[in-house]
Design a protein around this ligand. Sequence first.
Ligand SMILES: [Zn+2]
Length: 270
Amino acid sequence: MPELPEVENTRRNLIRFGLPGCTITGSNITWANTVKKPSALELAEGLKNRTIQDVQRKGKYLMFPLSGASPAVFIIHLGMTGRLLVQHKCQESDPLTRHFFPLDDGREIRFQDGRKFGKLWLVDSPDEVLPEMSPEPFEDGFTVETLAESFSGKKAPVKALLLEQSIACGLGNLYADESLFLAGIHPEKPGSELSISEVAQLHLSIKDALSAAYGVYDRAREKDWPNPPTAMMTWSHPRDIKASCPNCGTKMTTIRVRARGTYFCSKCQV
Ligand SMILES: [Zn+2]
């Protein structure tokens, strides 16, 4: 499932493809249920001859402000398996491509979506679509104080708390594990038992985990262009109980926290 680094990588890929400035000349929607608002027909009609002005992201929503008046913004959520590419019309498309948006330069935006959990909207304002979201880890609102506040008095395991999107928007299963691994904190430690220095370390580790992931994608994008990868292993803890902790050599441990597969080092994370 795409997490924040995958969606941000997609955004950077689309910018690198030169999408801003391109005009959408049509739409081929092969699975109408993906379109959440307005109808598939209205979305296709509304996108025609509109120029993409930018590629923005809020949480896991990709937003494309359009030229002209209403509706002003095209919004895409990749869902569980979604992938966006910009390819020339002549290039063979992946069989799991569900939607095609031809551009005025002979290329088209292709939305691959194996499990069809992706979503599309064409609306006047992102407020019509986006839920209330907490600050992202790189936004000013995400501080040691706000993180400490979110853990205060909570008996729930720190990992479960991290997965609540009210704490750090976009942090998913993999990067919650990676952040706790980097911070040396046991995933089942109750939120209320974290010291302020542990919270400060975790705050730093969340940002480090995401920056490292962005860096892996940035380097791979340059190396593999024009076929940038969209799913990579960008974390340092092995998600395998046969593998050893890179810091101390202890075999990794797996447990379930709120039904989510969790990997940690029983020696380094206390
Ligand atoms: Zn270890």
